[in-house]
Write a protein that binds this ligand. Structure first.
Ligand code: UTP
Length: 293
């Protein structure tokens, strides 16, 4: 196995407007919406830490400061909880190591590709991970750990993929698959939001990436793509051929928490699994389902 430059940095683009959740997201960032008792951003940061990532780069916008506050030390809260003898373990994972969170600003939400490009000075010449926090990935090990393990084998660029029914592909970035080897599939091409008739497969990009720093140069010279936005998929597509590019089929579950039904599904699925509330939630769900619609 060749030694690769390790993945120590991750970019979390969190500057989107979150219009599908309005009015909830008028004053609260979408990434702070909780699945039970952890905000979406916390699940993503925990997944990054598990994969050995040390530097978290948030690409934020106006109204997103609550995300940074979340990872700070809440002095008054901790002092009061301490005085009252409350267990402060619940706060552990929300405390960042000093200096490991960096924010950059995307002044205008011009698309995911543009958001990533805003982090170019911090990424520098290192390969880096990207997390879309509204895609909740639940697995053991987590999705990024699975991708880092694959990266240590093949290097280059990797994207996480999953299969969806063919009629749904037009909402996503889709891969043109080449040779497959276990969970790894070679990527021959990428297309953002294709019409069903032109989609090269039903394997969609699902919110986790490991990219080489050259993508920043590619994004720099790129115009707008689908939806009038600067698309990350278009920049990645232009890198295929000059660098290794693989898809990793995630062994685990993915919930699209950027959509309302996906958010409800994630809440219910995770609540049913919890030792402290699963039985109670199951009884509630059964009672509700038994009622006439
Ligand atoms: P989405 O397509 O989910 O957009 O972006 P959105 O604005 O968050 O939500 P809707 O569609 O209006 O409800 C995917 C990811 O890319 C980020 C978002 O924050 C989200 O994590 N993003 C998107 C940016 O950071 N900047 C952008 O210009 C666009």
């Amino acid at each position: 196995m060749t030694t690769r430059k390790p993945i120590k940095k991750a970019v979390f683009p969190v500057a989107g407007l979150g219009t599908r959740f309005l009015p909830a997201t008028k004053a609260i960032p979408k990434e702070m919406l909780p699945i039970i008792d952890r905000p979406l951003i916390q699940y993503a940061v925990d997944e990054a830490r598990e994969a050995g990532i040390e530097q978290m780069i948030f690409v934020t916008g106006r109204g997103k400061t609550a995300i940074v506050e979340h990872f700070d030390i809440a002095f008054e809260l901790e002092a009061t909880m301490g005085e009252r003898g409350k267990d402060m373990g619940v706060l552990d994972s929300s405390r960042a190591t000093p200096g490991d969170i960096i924010t950059v600003r995307q002044q205008v939400p011009m698309g995911l590709g543009h958001a990533i490009w805003c982090a170019r000075a911090i990424v520098g010449d290192d390969p880096f991970a990207i997390f879309l926090p509204d895609e909740l990935m639940i697995g053991e090990p987590g999705c990024m750990k699975q991708m880092v393990d694959a990266y240590n084998e093949v290097g280059g660029n990797l994207i996480s993929v999953l299969e969806v029914p063919m009629e749904e592909v037009s909402s996503y970035g889709v891969i043109d698959p080449g040779a497959a080897n276990g969970a790894l599939t070679e990527v021959k091409g990428l297309v953002e939001k294709p019409p069903v008739s032109e989609a090269p497969s039903n394997k969609i990009i699902s919110g986790r990436y490991i990219l080489q720093p050259e993508v920043m140069r590619t994004l720099e010279n790129q115009g707008k793509g689908a939806g009038g936005e600067i698309q990350l998929t278009d920049a990645m597509a232009r890198m295929i051929g000059s660098q290794p590019f693989h898809a990793v089929t995630f062994a685990g579950r993915r919930f699209d928490c950027g959509s309302k039904t996906g958010f409800v599904e994630a809440t219910l699925a995770l609540a049913l699994e919890r030792a402290d509330m699963g039985a109670e939630v199951r009884a509630i769900a059964e009672r509700l389902l038994a009622q006439p619609g």
